[in-house]
Write a protein that binds this ligand. Structure first.
Ligand code: ATP
Length: 322
């Protein structure tokens, strides 16, 4: 559905040149729900704007929904839906008018726009809001309206730029369900940007991690996590046993990054759940009584940390990156 090669975009002003996207390759298959994850300023929106024909690439090529991005941008536009970060609906318009206007933009008749609008309203929980002014909608309702507008012409591929940013946790979870059902029930391929780790983890089949204009990791959330350093295990032991316990931990298959505090031993192993029985047996054989145990699956932040050397959360706070 998307095949991009070496897509790049440089912004030049008199004082400086910004290489916002430095030659990315992107492959998205039909029916996938793919997340583009990265900190502020990583190049997510710039990539999205290129793939949706809103910004001409400085280099590279792409096929989007079967159309060539550079030579058939109109064809691409007809095939895709795009929901920008702030959405596109006018605050003083009624919901029903927005839906109708959007349909007319895409060449639907008034009757078709209304029919399609009704179906989308039902699907996206907008029933009963048709006569409301857009500015009176809640944050979650407004996002769902923006998504409905992006889907009015029944695109096979939809781009969502940070669809849940600024929403409260409940509205975010609700919107995730709607986004999932676009794919599950309507077969729409979804490509979305996010800087929420939990969103990428919970929602996406596959995640592309972008940092400083370059894709630094790609795979399903589980694949990405398993390529990192494995599960983190922390075992509490009596202070006099930490040295022995650390040695035992270090001999477990695949154990690495062993460290101790006064009364804990921490290490990583490929699978925490399978390493634990062996650890327990070995500690018991040495007469070491464990006082606590904690196993932590790696997070997407660990992935980011491994590939960039920085925490994704810290990377959000880079001055001037926004
Ligand atoms: N029109 C522009 N002119 C100059 N620089 C730009 C322009 N648009 C984006 N940039 C720069 O390109 C880089 C990537 O920006 P982009 O908006 O693509 O990042 P992002 O990952 O979408 O960030 P965010 O999560 O904050 O939306 C940033 O350094 C940004 O300042």
């Amino acid at each position: 559905m998307i095949e991009a090669r070496g897509l790049a975009r440089t912004f030049k002003s008199r004082s400086r040149t910004v290489e916002a996207v430095r030659g990315v390759d992107i492959d998205v298959a039909a029916g996938e729900l793919v997340g583009f994850l990265g900190p502020n300023g990583a190049g997510k929106t710039t990539t999205l704007r290129m793939l949706t024909t809103l910004l001409r690439p400085s280099a590279g090529s792409a096929t989007v929904a079967g159309r060539d991005l550079l030579t058939d941008s109109l064809g691409v536009r007809r095939q895709i839906g795009y929901v920008a970060q702030g959405g596109g609906s006018a605050p003083e318009c009624r919901v029903v008018e927005e839906i109708e206007i959007q349909g007319r933009f895409y060449g639907l008749s008034k009757a078709e726009s209304i029919r399609r609008g009704r179906a989308l309203a039902e699907h996206l929980d907008l029933d009963g809001l048709e006569q409301r002014l857009v500015r009176t909608l809640s944050g979650g309702q407004k996002r769902r309206l923006d998504i409905a507008l992006g889907l009015i012409h029944s695109p096979r591929l939809v781009f969502l730029d940070e669809p849940t940013s600024g929403l409260d946790p409940q509205s975010r979870a609700n919107l995730w369900q709607h986004i999932r059902s676009l794919r599950d029930e309507h077969g729409v391929t979804v490509f979305l940007t996010t800087h929420y780790l939990d969103e990428a983890d919970a929602l996406c089949d596959r995640v592309l991690v972008i940092d400083d204009g370059t894709i630094v990791a790609a795979g399903s959330p589980d694949e990405l996590k398993s390529t990192v350093s494995g599960d983190g295990v922390t075992v509490g032991v009596p202070a006099e046993s930490t040295v022995d316990a650390a040695e035992i931990a270090g001999h477990l298959p695949g154990a690495h990054e062993v460290s101790t505090t006064e009364d804990t031993v921490s290490f990583r192993v490929p699978r925490g759940d399978t390493a634990l029985p062996e650890l327990l047996r070995a500690l018991e054989a040495k007469g070491i009584a464990m006082t606590s145990i904690q196993v932590q699956r790696p997070s997407l932040d660990d992935v980011f940390l491994t590939v960039t050397g920085r925490s994704l959360r810290d990377a959000q706070e880079v001055p001037g990156a926004a």
